[in-house]
Design a binder for this molecule. Sequence first.
Ligand code: FAD
Length: 470
Amino acid sequence: MPDDTRRFCGAPVIDYTQPIDTGEVPENGADFDVIVVGGGPGGSAAAAYNAMNGCNVLLIEKDVWPRDKVCGDAVGGKSLSHAKELGVLELVDASPHYVVDSIIFGSTNGSEVKVMLPKEAYAAKGLQSGYALPREQFDWLMFYRSQEIVREHGGTVIQGFSVLEVTHEGEGDSARITGVRCKAGGKRGDGPELSFTSRVTIGAGGYNCPVASAITKGINNEPLRDDEHFCGGYREYWEDVEGLEGGEGPIEIHFIDEVLPGYFWLFPVRDGLVNVGIGMLISEQRKQTGMKKSLKKIQEWVIKEHPRFSKRFANAKMLEGSAKGWQLPFGSPRKKAPSYQPRRNAMAGAMTVGDAASLVDPFSGEGIGNALLSAKMTSKHFDRVAHAEGFPESAAVDYMIELWDSLGKELTNSTKLQRMMKWKRLCNLVIGKASRKPAIGELMSEMIASKETQQVLWNPWFLFKTIVLP
Ligand SMILES: Cc1cc2nc3c(=O)[nH]c(=O)nc-3n(C[C@H](O)[C@H](O)[C@H](O)COP(=O)(O)OP(=O)(O)OC[C@H]3O[C@@H](n4cnc5c(N)ncnc54)[C@H](O)[C@@H]3O)c2cc1C
């Protein structure tokens, strides 16, 4: 750990505002078992899991830590179990964060339901139900721990290098990704250009990842993006929002008229600081007119004028420089996928994880958990001995099949829920009923923890009881 420590609640904590020293840059032409492009949560975890498997790993990140990432900052149970496995959870525990114990869902007519998270189910695994903390901090801790693990296992980590090109040999069915060409300081930087080779290159560069781009449109002539499955997101940090004080409590998701078919969120990230944002499908946003064409303008209106929310912001102050937008690539199943679901995520010589693999939950907007899950899965499918001659197409197909087998059901259910919430009257009915019938709130709580319970939502009898019966 760095010597430069601060104290939080009496305990020493590492200073996530400081640079991370990652050591020497390898020589041009160096060869690795695994190259990971992107050092967000997905890339940091993929590099660490593959290094722990005995691979010689190169992790390449274009930014230099500390760096911001636009997000709602909620880190759910799925993420926390991986964070624990990688030794990141203890670092999070020792730094400022908010403990999420429940979610408040609000409907357009003002009714609200507070769904308690299943604390006991998580406690049995030694975890909290959820945390929220700024991504600048969470990603710093992930990257910090990852570079420790990678370097302990003989690998290399570089920051400030942008991957410009993903190299490949062969064409069509016999094409194979062979490595990357990158440059210090990004495309327009004047730093050196270096090329590296590998048995497998893992794309973890987010929604515009160069490896994902090569696998889809570059080599296989399939689309990288589809606005029906991409969401725009806008975030600001606010201090002193009424009703969200303290270090433990709910996060809030509100479906309000002026924001539908998107939603407005209020996620506290530590005592006194709240992540406030809006998300909307890009295809829906394109249909909007007037104020609704800009997420920033809708948010400004909600904060200043909405009868329920403006009061809560009366004494609040926005952190300067915190207003930023970004995109979320959803894992919703494509109607006519040209190959695999949600889209092609691997080929000979390469796999993608997290946002590069389009795995964000289409209802909750959560993507960190699936980024970590897919990152771990790459280490199961790449074997440095069996794949000494290169990661074959058959292993790539196995990876894509296992990825959809393990996530397809929940991503499909979340897509249905997302579409349902678009219908104002249905949304009001479900939230209104849940606020009056504790049994529905309890069921929603179980749904958050259990894939089996999620199935109940699509059961006609459940829908009849929820929506029709008093
Ligand atoms: C507004 C918004 C709200 C969200 N809210 C939540 C939430 O509350 N909870 C949640 O779980 N998820 C949330 N998400 C989704 C979540 O942010 C992503 O799913 C998550 O960051 C995915 O992690 P990743 O590692 O795959 O990609 P990223 O976090 O995007 O990391 C990609 C990394 O790759 C680097 N990179 C990119 N290109 C290159 C290149 N050419 N060369 C080298 N490096 C490169 C980038 O600098 C970056 O560090 C939200 C997203 C948005 C936009």
